[in-house]
Design a protein around this ligand. Structure first.
Ligand code: TRH
Length: 376
């Protein structure tokens, strides 16, 4: 079945990160002919370097990628239309959808949230105010009543094989020119927004009792890192301060970024897609949520913590919540880091159990296909 996915890059990498992952899975696993309309090819190129930013129409990994331009060309709509994150379909395309018989199935792929209301809103119809069209809200989520989480078939097996195989790990490290991890050192990947907690945490690591090797993809939290380092750091550079070794890496493609997450003891992630990938890594993670005006993100953060901490001891829960909250407030890391450290082993066990629990549920692409069959 043909499918049009529309994606508008608002900022950063998450909009296309999610849309691209879904496009690849629909094309690769569900025999869907995906046409991806994207307004910013340069951002796709960052996470998928095979992208040619000068080609308005191109085939990448079995997907037809088209630059989304206005005025939008006259186009025959696909039977399945996915609007990523309320990006607002072009008027001309909407009019063509309204003329098509039968009408396309139109899904509005929403942001991921663990909040309880998501269960009630997933799958609800939303009639267009003027045209004879209905969009359906498709909410990703952590619970069976939601649209699920993106997870490719075989991802868990691939990750387990990697984590059990020193050769694969060595090959990956060599591909990013990283020396083997010293045995008594904690490996941490750092992908966060640029907030005042970044220099505070780097300082806490350098002054702490545990040795930390922080792996930092290029450009992440640039200002905060520069404030700590006393100047910008460039990929390939390693900076040593006290007990911290800060390794600046190139920005990785999506596949390599997964391997980075699979390789660490702790992953600091952000937004939506890296946050989910860190859960599939089955290792402890700390989420830096995308901040919204009026602290609207805070209940969303708490809802995730409520679900995630279920089954952790009260002591580990308190330390984990305190650290996550400090990281998202951008202060209090100096105390929260040493308080988190003693719970490492429990958090590692918990992360494995959490990943297994999530992987027992069907993935988002599979659920989306099922939803389509019901509606079409
Ligand atoms: O980049 P993000 O912060 O993106 C988003 C957007 O800001 C969006 O507007 C917002 O609504 C959303 O967050 C919640 O974080 P995210 O979602 O984790 O996306 C990052 C993508 O980049 C993800 O697909 C992983 C990828 N990535 C790489 O491919 N290589 C890398 O080296 C890194 C660090 C990330």
């Amino acid at each position: 079945m043909p499918c049009d996915i529309f994606c508008n890059v608002v900022d950063n990498y998450g909009d296309i990160g999610v849309a691209w992952r879904l496009a690849r899975q629909l094309a690769g696993e569900h025999e869907i002919q995906v046409r991806l309309w994207l307004d910013d090819l340069a951002t796709l190129q960052r996470i998928w370097p095979a992208t040619d930013i000068d080609r308005p129409i191109q085939q990448i990994s079995g997907i037809e990628v088209r630059r989304w331009v206005e005025p939008f060309p006259e186009t025959s709509p696909a039977p399945l239309v996915i609007e990523a994150f309320g990006c607002a379909l072009p008027e001309r395309y909407l009019a063509a959808m309204a003329r098509r018989e039968p009408r396309p199935l139109w899904l509005n792929l929403e942001y991921l949230s663990a909040e309880a209301w998501v269960k009630g809103c997933h799958g609800l119809p939303s009639p267009h105010p003027r045209l004879p069209l209905t969009a359906y809200f498709y909410y990703p989520g952590f619970e069976p009543e939601t649209g699920g989480l993106i997870r490719e078939t075989g991802l868990m097996a691939q990750r387990k094989a990697y984590q059990a195989d020193p050769n694969q790990q060595t090959l990956f490290r060599q591909s990013i020119r990283l020396a083997p991890p010293p045995s008594d050192t904690l490996s941490v990947s750092l992908f966060a927004y640029d907030h005042p907690g970044v220099p505070e945490l780097l300082t806490a690591w350098s002054a702490g009792t545990a040795k930390v090797r922080c792996l930092l993809p290029e450009g992440v939290a640039r200002d905060g890192v520069a404030r700590f380092a006393g100047g910008s750091v460039v990929p390939g550079q390693t900076l040593r301060r006290g007990n911290l070794e800060l390794c600046s890496l190139p920005f990785l493609d999506q596949l390599a970024y997964d391997r980075l997450l699979w390789s660490c003891d702790l992953n600091l992630v952000r937004g939506e897609d890296s946050f989910v990938r860190a859960q599939w890594a089955a290792l402890p993670l700390i989420w830096n949520i995308y901040a919204q005006p009026d602290h609207a993100h805070w209940p969303k953060l708490q809802a995730f913590l409520d679900l995630y901490c279920h089954g952790l001891s009260p002591e580990a829960t308190a330390a984990y919540r305190a650290f996550t909250e400090a990281w998202n407030r951008g202060q209090g890391l100096t105390a929260a880091w040493p308080a988190l450290l003693p719970h490492r082993a429990e958090l590692a066990r918990h992360a494995r159990a959490w990943a297994d629990h999530l992987a027992d549920m069907p993935d988002l692409a599979r659920k989306l296909m099922h939803f389509c069959k019901e509606k079409l």
